[in-house]
Write a protein that binds this ligand. Structure first.
Ligand code: NAD
Length: 518
């Protein structure tokens, strides 16, 4: 049956009382399921191991969200071998059938939409809107990649050649290791996993230790749609203990990673090392960090720019790879822009996100809290604090939204990814200087400009070197299919998740040429 063209899943409007009530109920239901134990899954086996680890609620530090099995090298070896055995069968499954598993999973997620969002409220501290957006994006990935597989499986355009029948097929690679981050714990995890399996690969999914419960919910959904055993193996555990052996395994064919620069570079290096008996070069798809800027030009609507900067800097506590961590403002509107921005930042309510009123929740864990507050102290010596500037009380990892002005473009808080609610404001001499400052980091993920000038818009298109450039809008909130997402330089391999090239990364093209015998 032909599928209707892809369209994005609409977001839930929580200002509608009925939606708010339903979400409150979902939060209540999830609360009563906290603290359960989840097995690791290898083939048809559900593993309960001796060593466990816990996932906690960052809004309420001592509240356990889920109990998990801590896998080690032995389990990594077992999981890769099972995935390799399963590959023989799964790679031959009809593409339409493989796509159908994704469509069915999307339909279940739609029905469980608010419950899945509520799990994210508890496990990673997403506000209701952010959590709802994450589920919507996960559904989008399933619907988009399912359709993309149908397109890739169709006839591919080739130049006609007399006397031959030619075709090009996109065939799967083999066993993939999927390593997602915790910050889009459903969307990115579902995107990378579903892209890999719909192409006919089998995978071992190693979720982040900060968000294994949400991962387990997705695995449950794939069980419910009866994805054959061994296609999706689920192996929580620490990066070093289980991640390294998975990446280094000789039967691993590719790694799809999203996370920090340092871990990503380590994976690239390990995967490049040839193991005895390995007969391919491993492919690594690595999406990494960002140091994203919004340029504010003279003559733009400063209210709109200030709202865009505040939303992009402090949405999900600044813990998005696309978050605006630098506002680069031209000298003539510098003070005025800051005047407009500050009340907007001060109005942001911070607190436990199981309460709808709190637009900003906690940062993910103690290590993040320590690292972000350390950066705030560094920032105070590198510029002038204008608001926030410290951790807040309470039983969670709360940090006040922090703005530091007069920051030098080469300062540490201007160059290093902080991954928290800290915004540096940098003064530029003029628009060209602002673009030069924006380009002067090792990253190149997202960026935005607010300007009314057509020629400056065109200049940004030509010279602002980022994978995702936005004009007169904020630099977060990429939509599947609409804004294919991925960055340049140390932001990764620019693999453009949610775009038409993405599935190519999980396949290899086989050209088949048959001589026509008369
Ligand atoms: P992280 O690098 O700490 O961890 C990412 C994943 O790698 C986790 O699952 C972790 O368990 C695993 N890991 C850690 N060490 C490993 C090892 N040695 N071998 C294998 N796996 C290992 O990142 P994070 O804190 O989860 O996520 C935040 C980072 O992700 C930020 O830098 C952010 O910018 C980036 N990010 C990038 C994108 C993008 O599309 N470019 C999207 C989201 C997040």
């Amino acid at each position: 049956m032909r599928k209707a063209p892809f369209k994005n899943e609409p977001l839930t409007d929580f200002s509608v009382p009925a939606n708010k009530r339903k979400m409150q109920e979902a939060v209540g239901r999830v609360r009563s399921h906290l603290g359960k134990e989840y097995p690791s899954i290898v083939g048809h086996q559900k593993l309960f191991l001796t060593v466990k680890f816990l996932s906690y609620n960052p809004s309420q530090k001592d509240q356990v969200v889920g109990v998990f099995q801590k896998a080690d090298e032995t389990h990594a070896d077992m999981a890769v071998k099972v995935a390799a055995e399963t590959f023989g069968r799964w790679s031959l499954a009809e593409p339409a059938k493989r796509a159908d598993y994704l469509f069915k999973a999307a339909s279940i997620m739609r029905k469980r939409r608010l419950e899945l969002a509520a799990w994210m409220v508890f496990e990673v501290g997403k506000s209701w809107e952010e959590a709802d957006g994450d589920v919507a994006e996960a559904i989008d990935f399933l619907e988009f990649y399912g359709r993309e597989m149908l397109r890739y499986a169709g006839p591919q355009p080739l130049t006609k050649y007399p006397g031959e029948k030619n075709a090009l097929r996109y065939i799967p690679l083999g066993v993939g290791i999927i390593i997602p981050p915790w910050n889009f714990p459903l969307a990115i995890l579902v995107g990378m996993t579903s892209a890999a399996i719909v192409c006919g690969n089998t995978v071992v999914l190693k979720p982040s230790s900060d968000s294994p419960t949400i991962a387990a919910k997705f695995v449950e959904i794939m069980e419910e749609v009866k994805l054959p055993h061994g296609v999706l193996n689920f192996l929580p555990g620490s990066g070093a203990t289980v991640g390294n052996p998975l990446v280094g395994h000789r039967k691993t064919r590719f790694v799809a990673f999203t996370g920090s620069k340092d871990v990503g570079l380590g994976i690239v290096e390990l995967a490049a090392r040839h193991q005895p008996g390995q007969i391919w070069i491993k492919r690594v798809i690595a999406e990494m960090g960002g140091k994203d800027s919004i340029v504010v030009d003279s003559g733009c609507d400063l209210d709109v720019a200030a709202s865009g900067v505040a939303a992009a800097a402090f949405g999900f506590q600044g813990q998005k790879c696309s978050a605006c961590s630098r506002a680069i403002v031209v000298r003539s509107v510098y003070e005025k822009f800051i005047e407009k921005l500050i009340p907007k930042v001060k109005a942001i309510k911070v607190g436990p996100v199981f309460n709808y009123e709190n637009a900003m929740g906690p940062v993910i864990n103690q290590a993040a809290m320590d690292s972000i507050t350390k950066y705030i102290e560094i920032g105070k010596s590198e510029g002038q604090l204008v608001c926030g500037g410290s951790a807040l009380g309470g039983n969670g990892f709360f940090i006040a939204p922090t703005v530091i002005k007069d920051v030098h473009p080469k300062a540490r808080i201007s160059q290093e990814e902080i991954f928290g609610p800290v915004l540096a404001i940098i003064k530029a001499d003029d628009y060209d200087d602002a673009i030069a400052i924006a380009n002067d980091t090792e990253y190149g993920l997202t960026g935005a400009v607010y300007t009314k000038s057509r020629s400056r818009i065109e200049k940004a298109k030509d010279f602002f070197h980022v994978g995702n450039l936005y004009i007169n809008r904020k630099c977060t909130g990429a939509l599947v299919g609409v804004h294919p997402f991925g960055g340049f330089n140390m932001s990764g391999t620019d693999s453009k998740a949610g775009g038409r090239d993405y599935l190519m990364l999980f396949t290899q093209a086989k050209a088949i040429s048959e001589k026509i015998i008369k």
